[in-house]
Ligand binder design. Structure first.
Ligand SMILES: NC(=O)c1ccc[n+]([C@@H]2O[C@H](COP(=O)([O-])OP(=O)(O)OC[C@H]3O[C@@H](n4cnc5c(N)ncnc54)[C@H](OP(=O)(O)O)[C@@H]3O)[C@@H](O)[C@H]2O)c1
Length: 206
């Protein structure tokens, strides 16, 4: 049994789909089990990070857990609470979704958001893997509304170029790390195949 937190999110939903397609037992965590739609056979559990009492039932009987904390100043303790619940429940392996450049002071405050969570995972004594993906290709879905409204594509990065990554590739790495010790003890920075500016991404999609 593998527990996926953030199971309705971009990466978590991809992991759930991939594991379910491979016939692996999956437990998907969401704040609202009624609303969420998961593939047939997927077990659903209610988890709310604001209510750590919901963590124990989610972790019980799981061999591995995928941890999606909530980034930002309010979410810094979530991963530590999830890790504590995993240890308590006898979970063997955890995979934490972090972000590229975590801990690099040049990124300012956002670069610090995943630092406590990474530390909690590394100190856990469990088999752990940390994934630090770059910008998801799917972030461009946020362009749809402004484009529909007749506005230009919002360019948040100027002429800066990023190795945009397909979230399905991030999910695929997570699946491997959850199912075997192949990536245990490693921090993996995940990128796409080429550097793209916002202009270049817009050109590709156009
Ligand atoms: N976007 C990027 O380019 C990028 C790049 C690198 C790293 N990241 C990292 O990716 C992570 C976000 O992952 P994502 O994009 O896959 O997620 P997402 O699509 O933003 O979805 C957020 C997920 O978190 C869950 N969630 C939110 N608040 C919760 C709460 N209080 N209790 C329980 N669950 C809660 C939601 O579940 P429910 O609503 O179903 O409860 C949902 O599944 C962040 O840590 C971010 O730093 C993002």
């Amino acid at each position: 049994m593998i527990l996926i937190t953030g199971a309705t999110g971009t990466i978590g939903s991809g992991i759930v789909r991939q594991l379910a397609a491979e016939g692996v037992a999956v437990r998907a965590a969401t704040r609202d089990p009624e609303r969420a739609g998961f593939p047939a056979g997927v077990e659903v559990v209610r988890v709310d990070y604001r209510d750590p009492a919901t963590f124990a039932a989610a972790m019980t009987g799981a061999e591995a857990a995928f941890l999606v904390g909530v980034p930002g100043p309010d979410g810094t303790g979530t991963d530590a609470d999830l890790v504590a619940a995993a240890i308590e429940a006898g979970v063997r392996r955890v995979v934490k979704l972090s972000a590229v450049g975590t801990g690099d002071p040049r990124l300012g405050v956002p670069g610090s958001w995943h630092v406590p969570g990474e530390q909690a995972v590394r100190d856990s004594g469990l088999e752990w893997t940390i994934l630090r993906p770059n910008t998801f290709a799917s972030n461009t879905f946020s362009w749809i509304e402004p484009l529909r409204a007749g506005h230009p594509v919002p360019n948040l990065t100027g002429v800066g170029r990023q190795p945009v990554v397909d979230p399905r590739d991030v999910a695929a790495v997570a699946v491997t790390a959850l199912r075997s010790p192949a990536h245990a003890g490693r921090i993996l920075t995940l990128t796409g195949p080429e550097l793209l500016s916002g202009h270049e991404q817009a050109a590709v999609l156009a």
